[in-house]
Design a protein around this ligand. Structure first.
Ligand SMILES: C[S@@+](CC[C@H](N)C(=O)[O-])C[C@H]1O[C@@H](n2cnc3c(N)ncnc32)[C@H](O)[C@@H]1O
Length: 270
């Protein structure tokens, strides 16, 4: 999406993020699973946002770092008293370098990996993660499975594979929220060959129009496993949610746990 960069999502959603995405039962399950996987070792959250997950992990006594590309998101996070003990870093998850810090657990929840707009950027992120993991450490991602995404990925970016009826793109307008004084529309375009979904949350009220842009590049589980394998990360577990439910044909998302089994040899001499 033209004019869209690493900070765009966070800058557009920081002011309403906690209201629109409050903690749920899955949040508690995520914190339980992540704390168990960390096993007392230091944790790094990529795209930590306003702290929905990293703050409860900190409260459980873990040593936690958070990285985010949006200063607006980090400002919301730092304004919370519980964040005082958190090491919050401003940076891009495809390029970060935290020096000698090595983590037992790195994670990117809530489709955050897909905020990286190309396969190359996602591969760069896996390489950065591998570099920051201790031997035996884990990288955990939570990603959605859009309808037709697996077929798109298998067909490859050069294909003419399309959505319903063979169309190269699928457009959607959905009503997200409707009250007496405002309406929020979710408007999106999925590009099947590029494996991207670009969208806007459009808020209409007496105060005017507020645009909140977002852009995702999705990948199938198989493609993600390949990116992981290129940097020495091996799939250890895959669930359909944070409670560990089996990943099967009914799943609309996955939580994948990769383990750093071998010394990484990231491509490109990172
Ligand atoms: C969907 S939110 C998730 C926030 C938080 N992890 C949660 O689960 O509630 C995605 C977050 O990733 C951040 N982000 C997007 N692209 C990024 C990038 N390239 N590098 C680092 N952070 C990024 C956004 O600013 C935002 O805070």
């Amino acid at each position: 999406m033209e004019g869209y960069g690493p900070a765009s999502y966070g800058d557009a959603f920081a002011d309403i993020y906690d209201d629109w995405y409050p903690p749920t039962l899955q949040t508690r399950a995520a914190v339980d699973a992540l704390a168990r996987l960390a096993g007392g070792s230091p944790v790094l959250e990529l795209g930590c946002g306003t702290g929905r997950l990293c703050l409860p992990l900190l409260e459980r006594g873990l040593e936690v770092d958070g990285l985010d590309a949006s200063e607006a998101m980090l400002a919301q996070l730092r304004a919370k008293p519980q964040a005082a003990a958190l090491r919050a870093h401003h940076g891009d998850m495809a390029r970060f370098d935290l020096g000698r810090a090595r983590f037992g657990l790195v994670f990117a929840a809530f489709n955050t990996l897909f905020n990286l707009g190309s396969a190359a950027e996602q591969a760069a992120c896996f390489a950065r993660v591998a570099r920051h993991l201790r031997p035996g450490g884990r990288f955990v991602i939570e990603c959605f499975l859009p309808a037709g995404a697996a077929a798109d990925a298998e067909a490859g970016a050069d294909s003419h594979n399309g959505g319903p009826g063979g169309a190269p793109t699928t457009d959607a307008i959905e009503l997200r929220d409707l009250t007496a004084d405002r309406v929020v529309l979710r408007i999106s375009r999925q590009d099947h060959a590029a494996q991207t979904v670009s969208g806007q949350h459009v808020e209409l009220s007496e105060a005017g129009v507020r645009l909140r842009p977002w852009h995702l590049r999705y990948a199938s589980p198989a493609e993600l496993d390949t990116l992981a394998g290129q940097v020495g990360l091996v799939l250890e577990e895959r669930w359909s949610d944070w409670s560990g439910a089996p990943f099967d044909e009914h799943a609309d998302q996955h939580v994948s746990v990769y383990r750093h089994d071998a010394a990484p040899s990231p491509p490109g001499g990172l």
